[in-house]
Structures are given as C-alpha cells and as structure tokens.
Design a protein around this ligand. Structure first.
Ligand SMILES: Cc1ncc(COP(=O)(O)O)c(C=O)c1O
Length: 423
C-alpha cells in the first residue's frame, strides 16, 4: 500500500499544467477562500456581523413563475421522467428556440435562431470550449485591463502556451476608463497583427461595471474581423444595463460571423447554482462546439432547459419577462447609487460610476498593497472587499466592491462604507 502523500511526493506526479502552470492560488480561489466562513472566523471576525462587498453574485429572488414551473415539472411523474433524459449535445431545441426569442423580444436582435445557439453547463464551461473551437495552443487572447479574473486560468487550461494580452482600459493614475479609446484600439490592432485570435470582454464589465462606447466595440469587431479573429462578448450581466441599451446587444452572429456571445442564467435569473449557459455564434462555431461538447459535456442539463423553455415561452408572450428585466435593472441601478453615494459621503475615494452589473472599483488609499489592506480592513472593521490583484495590472493597487449581494439591504451598504471610513 502506498499512501496518497507518498505517491504524490514524487516530484511531478501530476501534469505540468497542475504542477507548474496553475501553481499557487488563482485570483478566483483567493476571492472564494477569503470569503469562506472558516477563514472569516480565523481572522477573528464574526461571520454573522460581517458586511460583505465581496460576492460576485446577484441576490434578487428568481422569478416566481420560474419557481412554479420547477415545482410542476417535479410534481408531474412524466415530466420529471422526461427531465431525466439526455438532451441533444447542443441542447434542448425548444429552449434554444426560446432563447432566440428572448434576444429578439428583449434586446432587439433580429437575425437569430436556434441554429445559432448551443447550450452548455455554464458560461465558465462554454468559455473554455469556445477557446478550443476558435484558437490553437499558442494563439494569443486579448482582454481589457482590468478584466474578469477567471479568464487568465481558463486560457492557460484551454490553450497551453497561449498568452493573455492586456489592452489598456483603466488608467490607474486618473482612475478613468477608456480615456483614450483610439489608443486602446491601436493596441488591439498591434496584437491582432501579431496573430491574436480573440478579444474577450464582459458587457457590462466585471470588475468595473463599465460599458465601452458603441464606437469602441464596433472598432474592435472590425479589427478582429480584418485579422480573421473573433470578438467574444461575455454577456453574464447583459440584463443589467442601466441607461441606454448598447448597440452590441442586438448584434447578431448571423450578420457578424466573427462575433461570439457567451450567456448564462446565473445572474439575470438569480440561478448561479442552477447551472445552464449558452453560446450565440455563427453556425460554423456552433458546429465546432458540438464536436467539443460531445466529449466535455455529452448533454446539457435537461431539467433546467425544460424549465427555462417554459418560463420564456409564457413570460415573453404575456410581458412578464419585460417587466421582470425592467425591475431588476431598476433595483441594481438604485443599489449602485446607494453604494456610490456612500463612497462619496464617507470615503471620498475615486470610483467608477457603474453603467450596469454589480460592481465598482476604487484605488487603495495611498496606493497600499490591496491584499494586506483588505485583510486588515476585514479584521478591524468586519467588512470584506476584494483585492484587485488578478484582475489585471491596472488593479494592482485597487479593490472591487460588489453591491450585488446587498440589493435588498441598502442599510448594510451605508453601514459597511461607514465602517470602512473608520479604518
Ligand atoms: C464576467 C463573468 N462571466 C462569467 C461568469 C460566470 O458565469 P457562470 O455562472 O455562467 O459560469 C461570471 C461570474 O461571476 C462573470 O463575472
């Protein structure tokens, strides 16, 4: 008998990917571990009285009609039996058709059908698989600086030997976003000329909650098209735009084959744990994804697909979905205002005005190291914010504050910011 420790003590017992490339805690692991109740307690903080601006999640209730559909699906013997079957590799056709309807009805996308849609386990899984469809190991992938912290490891895992190339967006000195859009496009152009295969960005963004101007996104799409690459828009927060609807919300992959949209029900339906995501892309990309997903996934979740298909069918028809999206947009916008007003009143830190989504970002006072700042802040005030390290170089002296978990607790936002001001 060889013990687990003895077996793995041999150096390089596992793959180079795990032993070398992914060594150390990833930014996402750091964020998740920091927020674990055991860690909070270890730091002498009572988790019950802690105020957290840490979580990257939505906390509004999922729509009641959706909950009732799940109840009915589980109550009915035949429906429950049907939900236990595999669906097609690219997912339940009725769900894919209804998602195309969602795009048409809520976002005004005209040229989209179920043929442009593949379902998957989540945007996280689908991002990995889309990279495998469009790029070869070694092809570079561009992101804005800063960007969603999970992209870095996803690229390392999907495309060994590829490099993540940062395009300037947040100016760490003036704390302005895309201050000089043309300069950022020029940087993209240079990477594209050197062979970069894609630009990936969330709209609205995590961590900045910014939405780049239409002209910037169009310019980026043109550059990627000219260089036979792709513009990948991560629409995890699509339903949470606050003011003018961005044009890219209705761009269709039927008209722009170099455009790929990554979507998820995690945020808009408050369904982070009910894992179901989807891709909108040209039929060639969807066919490629079907090949990869056959081995990665075999079949996306059928129960969630059935529930979502029924929910969309009725709620797009009777107007509930429009009302629901309007309400959550208002709720998150109001919550963002409570946070930014509190920052102005009690902290006087620079911040980015959210244009959608769940977050804002601020520089650390006197440019101190954000990791020790966040730890000390947590221990002394019982308030959790997220260090910016891992989102990109511009956030090396920055922090992210999320208001998503506090949409029903505006008082806690004010109280939390007051606590930070006492630090
Ligand atoms: C920009 C962005 N994309 C994707 C995800 C993950 O989405 P999913 O739950 O579908 O994996 C997140 C989660 O925070 C995110 O912020």
């Amino acid at each position: 008998m060889v013990s687990d420790t003895d077996f793995f003590k041999r150096k390089k017992g596992l793959s180079h990917l795990v032993e070398d490339t992914l060594q150390g805690l990833s930014p996402i692991q750091t964020i998740m571990k920091m927020a674990e109740p055991s860690n909070i307690k270890k730091m002498g903080v009572n988790p019950d009285t802690m105020i957290s601006f840490g979580g990257g999640w939505c906390n509004h209730f999922a729509p009641e009609p959706l909950r009732k559909i799940y109840t009915e699906l589980c109550k009915d013997k035949q429906s429950f039996h049907d939900s236990g079957r595999y669906s097609a590799i690219i997912g339940n056709e009725s769900c894919r058709r209804q998602l195309a309807n969602l795009e048409r009805n809520i976002y005004g996308m005209n040229h989209i059908s179920e043929k442009n849609i593949a379902l998957g386990q989540s945007s996280t899984q689908l991002f990995h698989d889309v990279l495998r469809v469009i790029a070869n190991p070694g092809d570079d992938i561009c992101v804005l600086d800063p960007t969603y912290a999970n992209y870095a490891n996803a690229v390392k895992i999907a495309l060994p030997s590829s490099t993540l190339r940062f395009i300037s967006a947040l100016d760490a000195s003036s704390w302005e976003y895309l201050k000089n859009p043309q300069r950022s496009l020029d940087e993209l152009q240079e990477f594209a000329e050197q062979g970069a295969k894609a630009l990936v960005l969330p709209v609205p963004d995590n961590p900045t909650s910014q939405i780049p101007p239409d002209s910037f996104l169009k310019g980026a799409a043109d550059i990627m098209q000219d260089h036979h690459g792709f513009l990948i828009l991560d629409f995890a927060y699509k339903s949470l735009w606050f003011d003018k609807k961005p044009s890219c919300f209705h761009w269709s992959p039927e008209d722009m084959p170099h455009l790929i949209g990554i979507h998820s029900h995690s945020k808009w339906l408050s369904s982070l744990g009910r894992r179901l995501g989807w891709i909108e892309a040209s039929q060639s990309v969807i066919n490629g994804l079907e090949k990869i997903n056959e081995s990665m996934l075999l079949s996306p979740d059928t129960l969630h697909s059935m529930a979502i298909a029924q929910f969309l069918e009725t709620s797009l028809e009777n107007g509930f979905a429009h009302e629901y999206v309007k309400n959550i947009r208002q709720l998150y916008k109001k919550t963002a205002t409570v946070l930014t007003a509190s920052i102005e009143t009690y902290l006087d830190w620079p911040y980015l005005e959210p244009m959608g989504g769940l977050y804002t970002v601020c520089p650390t006072p006197n440019k101190v190291d954000p990791v020790s700042f966040v730890k000390n802040l947590l221990m002394q005030t019982g308030t959790l914010i997220i260090p910016g390290v891992g989102f990109g170089p511009s956030m090396n002296h920055g922090v992210r504050l999320s208001y998503g978990p506090l949409v029903y607790n505006h008082d806690l936002i004010v109280e939390g910011i007051k606590r930070i001001s006492s630090y």
